[in-house]
Structures are given as structure tokens and as C-alpha cells.
Design a protein around this ligand. Structure first.
Ligand SMILES: Nc1ncnc2c1ncn2[C@@H]1O[C@H](COP(=O)(O)OP(=O)(O)O)[C@@H](O)[C@H]1O
Ligand SMILES: [Mg+2]
Length: 257
């Protein structure tokens, strides 16, 4: 099992009040699944994404990721796991606006200590994969919203992570760009990638094979759906072919991708 959440609670203290953003959530996700997490605004979706993505730790409960209990790891250990194991796609793209598309995609590799030539080669390949091979030197301001999100997808993919987490990835896109992005995510799933996509849109969720519904911080249903994508089974566990050994680097960096 790639992901096991056991009785996860997340409580935010707001002065006198406590907000129970997650209230006893237990979920398991296998390698190769395409899971949509749906729920209304404020239901706890982003809180769940932050915990799944090791951006935050639960107030209580245990999270076993890829066989390791990550519930209580230090920030620097969590940063390392994020960099190596998780590809993030956010609603707001989260690109650095002073960098080119190529440089944005190179960033997670810099944090893995991958050397310059190899880094640029892999970043260019990831951008080609998302159809932006002719936009390597463009900055985000010189790209459309759909293209910016594709740069973010390339950045999520460039490390070849075992899981891709997307939080409302189509939320800032027009319907055509959003549709293209969803098709691309279908292809990633068909190629064996594990995808967890958070959305409040049931049409978007309809593409996943499994839909987990949350309300007020609790799972209210967890069902297989008839999603259109072809499940070709889990991706093999072989070591990543294209990864260089990681030299020491400063783990205190707050880079989260
Ligand atoms: N950092 C925070 N501090 C206090 N309350 C928060 C924080 N983040 C989220 N919440 C609250 O937790 C609940 C769940 O929020 P969130 O996970 O962002 O929901 P969703 O992504 O489904 O809209 C909401 O009531 C929200 O106001
Ligand atoms: Mg949210």
C-alpha cells in the first residue's frame, strides 16, 4: 500500500475556538490508483492534501507513506520526502515568476543535487511531454494559464515521483485548458502513475476510478467509479532509471516540490 491514513485528526486553534478540519479520517491508496477527493469548500480537502503531501502533520493519527510512518517527522525530513516522492499541482500553479519555464522545472532537481546538464535535459524532456517544448525560455507572464499549469505539471513529473497530488488543478483554467489538463492526467494514470486529485467539481471527479467524498472533515463515501481512463495496473517498483545519487544538500530549505 502506498498510502495509509489511520484515524487522522487535524485541529486548528483559532483563539478560543477549535476547528476540526479532519475528524477521524482513515484511507488507504494503492500504487497506480486514480483517486478523486471531493467535497464542498471548507470540508477539509486542502487540509487532507497537505497531510498526504507531507506539507503538514496531523494533530493525531498515523500516516504511513510507502511503508514509513511519517506522522511525526521533522520539517527537514518531510521536505526530503516531498522532494523525492511527491509531485504537486496546485490551483494557483505556484511558479516562480522571475524564472523561465525550463528553470522552474529544474528547481526540484536542483534540490536533489542533479548536475546542470542532466537537469536541463530532464527539464526540457518533461516540458516536451506536456507540449511545451517550444516554450522553454518563456517566463510565466509570457504563457497562458493553461500553459502555466502545464509547466507546473512538468515540474511535478520531472522527478518521476511515485505519487502526483493535485489540489483543484483546473480551478483557475478556462474549460478548454481544464479539459486538456484532465486528458493529460488521464494519460499519466494510464502510464501507471498514482494520482490523487482534489476537487469540488463532480465532473472533474468523474474521470477518476475512485471517488472519496468528504464533509465536515469526515469521509462520507468511498466508491469505485466508472472513470474513462484505462487502468493498466500499478507501475513497477523498479528503481528509477534516470536518477543520480543525491549529494548532501541543505534540508532546511522550505522548498516543497
Ligand atoms: N491554517 C488554518 N487555520 C485555521 N483554520 C483552518 C486553516 N486551514 C483550514 N482551516 C479551516 O479548516 C476547515 C477545512 O479547510 P480546508 O481544508 O481548506 O477545506 P477545503 O480545501 O475543502 O475548502 C475550514 O473550516 C477552514 O476554515
Ligand atoms: Mg481547498
Amino acid at each position: 500500500m502506498l498510502i495509509e491514513l489511520h484515524n487522522i485528526f487535524k485541529t486548528y486553534k483559532m483563539g478560543e475556538n477549535e476547528v476540526h478540519a479532519l475528524n477521524d479520517v482513515s484511507i488507504s491508496i494503492e500504487r497506480g490508483e486514480y483517486v478523486a477527493v471531493v467535497g464542498q469548500s471548507g470540508s477539509g480537502k486542502s487540509t487532507l492534501m497537505n497531510i498526504l503531501g507531507c506539507l503538514d502533520t496531523p494533530t493525531s493519527g498515523s500516516y504511513v507513506f510507502n511503508g514509513m510512518d511519517v506522522s511525526n517527522l521533522s520539517d527537514s525530513r518531510l521536505a526530503r520526502i516531498r522532494n523525492l516522492e511527491i509531485g504537486f499541482i496546485f490551483q494557483g500553479f505556484n511558479l516562480l515568476f522571475t524564472l523561465t519555464a525550463l528553470e522552474n522545472v529544474e528547481l526540484p532537481l536542483i534540490y536533489q543535487g542533479v548536475g546542470g546538464g542532466e537537469r536541463r535535459r530532464r527539464a526540457a524532456k518533461a516540458l516536451e511531454l506536456v507540449g511545451l517544448g517550444d516554450r522553454l525560455r518563456h517566463r510565466p507572464s509570457e504563457l497562458s494559464g493553461g500553459q502555466q499549469q502545464r509547466v507546473a505539471v512538468a515540474r511535478a513529473l520531472v522527478t518521476d515521483p511515485p505519487i502526483i497530488l493535485a489540489d483543484e488543478p483546473t480551478g483557475n483554467l478556462d474549460s478548454k485548458s481544464g479539459g486538456e489538463l484532465l486528458e493529460f492526467i488521464d494519460e499519466l494514470h494510464a502510464a501507471g502513475n498514482t494520482i490523487v486529485m482534489i476537487t469540488h467539481d463532480s465532473n472533474v471527479a468523474g474521470r477518476a476510478r475512485r471517488v472519496i467524498r468528504i464533509m465536515d472533515g469526515q469521509v462520507i463515501s468511498d466508491e469505485m467509479s466508472m472513470g474513462p481512463s484505462n487502468d493498466q495496473g500499478p507501475r513497477p517498483l523498479d528503481p528509477k532509471e534516470d536518477t543520480e545519487p543525491c549529494p548532501q544538500h541543505d534540508d532546511s530549505d522550505m522548498w516543497y516540490i
